[in-house]
Write a protein that binds this ligand. Structure first.
Ligand code: AMP
Ligand code: ZN
Length: 115
């Protein structure tokens, strides 16, 4: 838990969210400004600031992807497909500095790349 961290507070429930997944290590919730029909965020409960910071803990990275796999299993999301994105720093437009993984889908997505 890092003080004044939005996603740590969402993790504890101090700030409300539309949670769609939770286990001991990871939670997932609906993005408040969806960029596609389905736009979820998956977050590890251990605070790190971005994916490079999180890379010191490969187990945590695996736990997030296992949570995504568990959640999407047997859902249209996994048969129709989805995209996982994590932003680091200003060029990528990172705005929340607790590592998070966007899961976007629910419709065909534009090609990934430049604005
Ligand atoms: P990023 O720009 O990659 O740092 O992603 C941060 C994401 O968090 C954005 O897509 C925001 O829409 C989302 N977000 C910010 N505040 C909340 C909130 N209170 N509940 C759900 N999603 C949020
Ligand atoms: Zn945090």
């Amino acid at each position: 838990m890092s003080e004044n961290c939005l996603f740590c507070k969402i993790g504890t429930g101090a700030i409300p969210s539309q949670k769609i997944f939770e286990n001991e290590k990871v939670f997932g919730f609906v993005d408040i400004h969806p960029q596609a029909k389905t736009h979820l965020l998956f977050v590890h409960k251990t605070h790190t600031s971005n994916i490079n910071d999180m890379s010191k803990d490969s187990t945590a990275i695996a736990e997030v992807f296992q949570a995504i796999a568990e959640y999407t299993k047997d859902k249209d999301l996994s048969t129709d497909g989805f995209r996982v994105v994590t932003n680091l720093g200003p060029n990528a437009g990172q705005t929340v500095f607790h590592t998070h993984f966007h899961v976007v889908g629910g419709e065909p997505l534009g090609h990934f790349g430049r604005r």
